[in-house]
Design a protein around this ligand. Structure first.
Ligand code: PLP
Length: 400
């Protein structure tokens, strides 16, 4: 381009983009909503930060305590020896091994589905299903508190998305009725809500779906492994078999990845049309091997779920009169503090006393419901949970 026809430096798209980036970051900073990544390492059951300060972790999703479990680590190491470091290709090329096949079969046996199809994350599994199954004129109905991966898929999908009030059967029913003429109706809910720790009324939802010829998909990222005699999750305890069940391995399984549990035909369909599956390198076979081992532990080691129940009772009995604490039967314990400033003050005070909790702010949760997301894990002791509860009470009482 001749020199004279080049745009001024300040008007060049790149600098406009730079200004936009800075403006948006400034806005986040001013609203106290800027997120930060910090590096930690694990030492003696604690998290240690860059300043060598150590904390008890009440903010993760390792509910069953498998992430640091020696036998899970050993299984992954054994898998590496058997299969090597990576899968080398997408599943449809040569990335699918017997380790993947064994894991899929074990998941089907455990959860009572005909087929399972593995993904590298829950985020991609959710997006793959919604993008590939739904077409223009279809209707996607989602609980308002569904995870960002589901909401974003709905926003980008060609289908019409409508959201119903959290856990409201009436609102869902009204939307199903008003969309009776759509070619397909697809209802999506979490089984256990990630930021609230409450359960979806799955039996009622399934009943409405059947009445209106709608499909039901349940994302059970936070229920699987935690609920049910063998950890089969929220759908199992509600005695519901959704059309599609999303299982993730980044929470109770202590690792990462996900599976879509489905019928034979949906499996075949996703194998043809789910781009996150077809065009992405398969998870390492060593990981699939370790996940099969973790699955056998999740199923058989009921003491882990029993311990979570003991810790949960301990937490709630210590804080039964604390109105900010929401009572849940899951390991997710929201402490709703309202403003971001108040939440951050309490989170910082807790951190100073050695407890890391999830500091959750909008847009992850609705405005004015900033909260601590306290999570329980089998790795914690009753004494540690009691100490956290006492510390939390003091930090709230000190005022914002
Ligand atoms: C309900 C829910 N679904 C999906 C995901 C995404 O799963 P993954 O972390 O495996 O991508 C999350 C993660 O936080 C989640 O909470």
């Amino acid at each position: 381009m001749p020199l004279e026809s080049r745009p001024e430096k300040s008007q060049r798209p790149s600098s406009q983009l730079q200004r936009r980036i800075e403006k948006k970051l400034d806005a986040r900073r001013e609203q106290h909503l800027l997120r930060k990544v910090s590096a930690f390492h694990h030492q003696d059951g604690k998290l240690v930060d860059g300043d060598n300060l150590s904390y008890l972790n009440f903010s993760g999703n390792d509910y069953l305590g498998l992430a640091q479990d020696p036998s899970v680590i050993a299984a992954w190491q054994e898998g590496l020896t058997k299969y090597g470091a990576g899968s080398t290709a997408s599943p449809l090329v040569t990335g699918f091994t017997h380790a993947h096949q064994d894991l899929e079969q074990a998941l089907c046996d455990w959860l009572g589905f005909d087929q399972a199809i593995l993904f590298n994350s829950g985020f991609s599994a959710n997006q793959a299903v919604i993008f590939s199954l739904l077409e223009k004129s279809d209707v996607l109905l989602q609980d308002k508190l569904n995870h960002a991966s589901l909401m974003e898929a709905g926003m980008l999908s060609e289908a019409k998305m409508q959201r119903f009030t959290h856990n409201s059967i009436e609102k869902l029913d009204a939307l199903l009725r008003s969309n009776a003429n759509a070619p397909a109706r697809f209802v999506v809910t979490e089984g256990v809500f990630s930021m609230d720790g409450d359960l979806s009324p799955l039996a009622d939802i399934k009943f409405r779906c059947e009445a209106h010829d709608a499909w039901l998909m349940v994302d059970d990222a936070h229920g699987i492994g935690v609920l049910g005699d063998e950890g089969q999750g929220s759908a199992h305890i509600a005695n519901v078999k959704p059309d599609i069940l999303i299982v993730t391995f980044g929470k109770a399984f202590g690792m990462m990845g996900a599976a879509v549990m489905c019928s034979e035909s949906v499996h075949q369909y996703l194998t043809q049309f789910a781009r996150h599956y077809v065009y992405s390198t398969a998870m390492p076979p060593a990981q699939a091997y370790a996940l099969s081992h973790a699955l056998s532990m999740v199923k058989s080691q009921t003491w882990r779920r029993e311990k979570l129940a003991v810790l949960s009772a301990c937490f709630h009995s210590a804080l039964s009169d604390c109105s900010e604490v929401i009572n849940t039967i899951t390991p997710i314990k929201p402490v709703v503090l309202g403003s971001v400033e108040r939440m951050q003050t309490v989170a910082q005070r807790l951190k100073k006393t050695g407890f890391l909790t999830g500091a959750i702010r909008p847009p992850t949760v609705p405005a004015n419901t900033a909260r601590l997301r306290i999570t329980l894990s089998v790795n914690q002791s009753e004494a540690q949970v009691s100490d956290l509860a006492a510390s939390l009470r003091r930090c709230i009482e000190e005022g914002a």
